[in-house]
Ligand binder design. Sequence first.
Ligand SMILES: *[C@@H]1O[C@H](CO)[C@@H](O)[C@H](O)[C@H]1NC(C)=O
Ligand SMILES: *[C@@H]1O[C@H](CO)[C@@H](O)[C@H](O)[C@H]1NC(C)=O
Ligand SMILES: *[C@@H]1O[C@H](CO)[C@@H](O)[C@H](O)[C@H]1NC(C)=O
Ligand SMILES: *[C@@H]1O[C@H](CO)[C@@H](O)[C@H](O)[C@H]1NC(C)=O
Length: 478
Amino acid sequence: MHSLARGKPMVLPPTWRLWVGMLFVVVSEQRCIFDEVQAQAKVVQAAPTELRLLQAMNRVGRMASAERRMKLGKPALSTLASPQPIRIRLWIVKESGNLSGNEKERMEAVVEEAVRVVSSLLSVNRVKGPLLLSRDINKYCKFLWKNSSTANYNRCGRANSNYRTETCLDVTIPDDHLDGCDIYMSADSPQRTELRPKGSGLPDTDFLLYLHIQSTDKCRAEPGVLAYAAHCRTDAQGRPLAGVVVICRDRLTGATYKRQAAVQTVIHELFHVLGFSKELFHTWRDCSSTSQADGSGCSHRGKVTHADQSGQMRIFTPSVISALQKHLGSTDPELGGPLENLDAPLGRVSSHWESRVLQGSIMTAVLGDSTTVRIDPVTLAALQDTGWYIVDLSRAQSLVWGDGEGGTFGSLSTCQNKSTFFCSGSGFGCHFLHLHKGACQTDQYLEGCRVYKPFKNGVSFISFNVTVKIMPTKVGVF
Ligand SMILES: *[C@@H]1O[C@H](CO)[C@@H](O)[C@H](O)[C@H]1NC(C)=O
Ligand SMILES: *[C@@H]1O[C@H](CO)[C@@H](O)[C@H](O)[C@H]1NC(C)=O
Ligand SMILES: *[C@@H]1O[C@H](CO)[C@@H](O)[C@H](O)[C@H]1NC(C)=O
Ligand SMILES: *[C@@H]1O[C@H](CO)[C@@H](O)[C@H](O)[C@H]1NC(C)=O
């Protein structure tokens, strides 16, 4: 092989051609199955009574701070709650113990790095006191008081005797993380019996991430799955409070482990569970008309996803539109963030960006080589538009793909035209970042549009029947 590598230009015999052809496997790509997983996860939202209480508390707090401001003559800044970097607490599930000490340390370091990156980007109104997750009333309760004119309306009247535990996807939530729950004997009486006591909760926590490193059926079912995730608890304003990330043990810990790709995979999953999810799009909040930093004056955005004229589903929220306009160099006011249509039934949405338009974004369904993946401005804009976070948009990594190419870039009608980004035929050329050589290819997500896809690590060549060159393996780090 190596003698071949240094070879002078030569004509390969047919058998060699076949052998060379077999090496030209495109960098293996990882598909994200978030939507399938999230659909199986039960999400529990904190009860609205807590919301009313919170709002009342905030009102009192605001009045107090307004008074203080007036006394001190300070500018009108809410001192009650100003957003702070999100504190994501990692809880490693016990059964993840079957890793070698080395592997475990490595995975924890990867997740900690991903958490650091996300915390440096997103700020929230911090949870006051220890974080306690709500129990699912539909699980522990057999019967709710349903008369709205009674005091115990929507409270539990009788316990479900089969009630045991709460789960987050397939992780059992420790009782200590859970709020207590009570049974009210009659519709109007405040008399109650405690079904489960209140746990002590988690201090200094705004989001609880259950990390499970395991080889599950979902991992085994598809070779491209590295990790998957779901959120399972939200606060009364819809912000996710807890979720689980399952890392497929054999994929991210074995011989195929690559640190940067692993970190990116965890960041991708974290962005899903924190809000970039089709299950959450309709709960995003509009905080533009409130001056309250604590988010109490936000309103529901309602439905934010709609089809454009070509049938492509897009997210139409202000920051997303302006980020995409800026990126593509377009003033089109209808330039919503396009969503991947492949894994979604017609007219439905998925939780990924359309890869024809936003190739290289960390939120496309398939992440390419780690050197090509970016935490891009459109993704950060989407997180900003959830209304739950203040996002440091200045830290976005610029996306080369499509930069300044106009509002129709990446559409099925224009991608056939030869450009810096798209190619036609099946010849060889440079990947658009000029880091890799590749072949002009399409895939299921590109729907007939073709791009130069990098060859598998280390194998490159100039012309099929002239030179075969083996390059040293390049591990992607940026
Ligand atoms: C632990 O890992 C080994 C292989 O490394 C496997 O054979 C064994 O079944 C695993 N045990 C558990 C409890 O998962
Ligand atoms: C609901 O409760 C109120 C007050 O106790 C009572 O007057 C009313 O009849 C109840 N309604 C129904 C439908 O039971
Ligand atoms: C791209 O191709 C379409 C259809 O082939 C054509 O109508 C259009 O003018 C082309 N656009 C550019 C910028 O070349
Ligand atoms: C292979 O070589 C022949 C003759 O040298 C040339 O005509 C042909 O274009 C080459 N094929 C490729 C794929 O480069």
